[in-house]
Design a binder for this molecule. Structure first.
Ligand code: FEO
Length: 158
C-alpha cells in the first residue's frame, strides 16, 4: 500500500522531526539562559509539536504495517550570537522540512502512492503555518523591540 521508497522516506522523516524537537529544545534553552521565559516557553512548545509530528508518521507507518526506525540525532547548540540569528536558523530548518515533504509529494506522484500523498497533505499545510510563524517572529525582533517586552506579543501556542 505504501511504496517501499516512501516507507524509507517516512522513516527518515521521523528522524528529521525528532531532530527538530531536539533543536527546538536547545533553542528554548538559549532563551531560558537569558531569562526570556516567554520565548523559552514558545520553543519548548514547538519542541513538543515536533515530537507530535514524528508520532503522526510513526502511527501511519505502523497502520500501514511498517515499523519506524530511530537513527542517531546530532548535537544541538544552545549558543547563538543573537535572537535574530536563532530565528533565522529556525526558519532555515523549517524551509528544509518543507522541501523534504514537497520532495516526498513528487515521489508519491511518480510512484502512484496516493495513500502517502494524502497522508502528507497535512504536513504540507502545517509547513506554511510554521514558516509564517517564524517570519512573524523575525519581523518582531527586527523591529528593534526589547526582547522582554516582545514576550507580551508572542503567539500563545508554539
Ligand atoms: Fe515538523 Fe517544524 O516541522
Amino acid at each position: 500500500m505504501v511504496h517501499p521508497t516512501l516507507v524509507e522516506k517516512l522513516r527518515e522523516q521521523v528522524g528529521h522531526e525528532l531532530s527538530a524537537s531536539h533543536q527546538y529544545m536547545a533553542v528554548a534553552t538559549y532563551f531560558a539562559n537569558l531569562s526570556l521565559d516567554g520565548w523559552a516557553q514558545l520553543f519548548f512548545e514547538q519542541s513538543d509539536e515536533e515530537r507530535g509530528h514524528a508520532r503522526k508518521i510513526i502511527d501511519f507507518l505502523h497502520d500501514a504495517g511498517h515499523t519506524a526506525r530511530y537513527d542517531q540525532i546530532s548535537a544541538a547548540s544552545v549558543t547563538y550570537d543573537s535572537a535574530l540569528e536563532v530565528l533565522e536558523t529556525c526558519l532555515s530548518w523549517e524551509k528544509l522540512v518543507t522541501k523534504q515533504f514537497q520532495d516526498m509529494a513528487k515521489l508519491c506522484m511518480n510512484e502512484g502512492d496516493f495513500t502517502t500523498f494524502q497522508f502528507i497533505q497535512w504536513f504540507i499545510s502545517e509547513q506554511v503555518e510554521e514558516e509564517r510563524k517564524l517570519q512573524d517572529l523575525i519581523a518582531l525582533v527586527s523591529s528593534g523591540i526589547n526582547l522582554f517586552h516582545a514576550q507580551a506579543l508572542l503567539p500563545k501556542e508554539g
